[in-house]
Design a protein around this ligand. Sequence first.
Ligand code: GRG
Length: 318
Amino acid sequence: MAVSPPMAFTEQAKMLHDQIDEALQAELSFSRACPSPLSDAIRYAGLGPGKRLRPILVLLAAEACGGIREDAMPAAVAVECIHAYSLVHDDLPAMDDDDLRRGRLTCHRKFDEPTAILAGDALLTRAFEILATRIQPAEIAIQCITLLARAAGAEGMVGGQMQDLMSTAISPPKMGSRSGTQAVAVDMAVAENERNLEAMHRSKTGALFVASLQLGGTIAGATESDQGVLRTFGEKIGLAFQIVDDLLDVAGNEQQIGKRVGKDDALGKLTFPGLLGTEQSKQRAKEMIFDACGLLEHFGQRGTPLRELANYIVERDS
Ligand code: GRG
C-alpha cells in the first residue's frame, strides 16, 4: 500500500481552520428566540476571517497527548468564542476605540455599540454553554469550564486588560552626560517596565494560549507532566506572539494585518519594541520560540505540529 507523504503544515493548518469554522458555524446558529440583529452581530464577530490560532492549539495539544481531534472540537470552538468576544469588547470606544478588525469594520461600527456589547456578552456565555453541553463525561466538562473561566476572567484575560488600561511606563531619568548612578537608574527603570509588560501580557494574551493547550490536554487525558509542558510551552509562545504583535504594530502592513497600525505608539503604550528596540525584540521572540520548541521533545513525533505552529507564530506577517 502506498504511504501518502506527510501534509505540509500550511495545508494542515488550512484543513484545521476549515474544520473549526464548520463547527463554529453550527455552534453560532440561534433559534428565533435570539433577535436577528443580535445573531447577525454574533456571527459577524465569531465567524470573521481570523487565524483561529487558539482553537488550533486546543486540537494540536489534544493530539500531542494522544487524544482525538473530534473530542476536542467543542473546546476549540469555545475558546474561539471567548477570543472573538474579547476582540469585540476591546474595539469598543470605551476601550481601544478601533474601527478596523480582521480587515473589516469592527462589530460596533458595522452594527452599533449596544449591539456589539451584547454580541460580546453572548459569545462569552455561549462558550460555557458549549463546554457544559458538548463535553463528556461531566467531570471533564467541569474541569474545562473551570480552566477557561479562570483564564478568561479577573485573574486572567480581563485582569490583564485592566492592567493594560492602568499601565504607564516608568520614565527613566533623562540622559545627558550619563553618570554611573544615572545608568543604574535607567537600567532599573527598563527592567521594571519589562517586568510589568510581561506580567500584563501573561494575563491579557498568555492566559488564553495556556488555557487552549490545557483544554486540549484535559480532554485527551493528559498526565500532570504533559500539562506542565503544555503550560510552559503556552507561556513562551504567548509572550512571543505578543512581541510579534507589537512589532507588527510598528512595522506591519495595515492591509495584511487587517487592523490599524501605529496605535500603540500614538497612545504612548508600553511595548516590547518601545522598550527593547526592534532587533532585540525580534531576538527575544525567536529565543522564546526556540525554548518552547525544545520543551516539545516530551511529546516525541506527536509534538511536531505544535512546533510548526510555534514557528509560524514568530514568522507571521498578520
Ligand atoms: C475582555 C475587553 C476584554 C479584552 C481582553 C485579549 C484582549 C483583552 C484584547 C484583545 C486586544 C488585542 C489586540 C490584544 C493583542 C493580542 C491579540 C489578542 C491579538 C489578536 O489575536 P489574533 O492575531 O487575532 O490571534 P485573529 O483575528 O487572527 O483571531
